[in-house]
Ligand binder design. Structure first.
Ligand SMILES: [Zn+2]
Length: 92
């Protein structure tokens, strides 16, 4: 497994959790949920924020430990770690 595949797997899991939480938020906001359950929107909101923070701060280069989740998600796809320069197609 390459470093890129490892990082993509982590980002995919976080995106699935974040998207699921976002769907729950939208569902609670736009569907006719009884008023007393509206406060439950906080739980998926926290899940969504947690998924985003995980992608930014917890997806790290396995070689140097630098946070590269943001670089992996950006418009310009990087082929190496911006901190240590290891190629993302190197075996992890
Ligand atoms: Zn690195």
């Amino acid at each position: 497994m390459t470093i890129r595949e490892l990082l993509k797997a982590k980002l995919f899991k976080a995106r699935v959790v974040g998207f699921g939480c976002w769907l729950l938020c939208v569902g609670v906001i736009f569907l006719d949920v009884p008023e007393r359950y509206k406060a439950w929107v906080l739980i998926p909101t926290l899940g969504f924020v947690g998924a985003v923070l995980y992608m930014f701060y917890c997806v790290r280069c396995p070689k140097c430990g630098a946070r590269i989740g943001q670089a992996m998600m950006g418009m310009r796809k990087s082929n190496f770690c911006p901190s240590c320069g290891v190629g993302l197609d190197t075996r992890a």
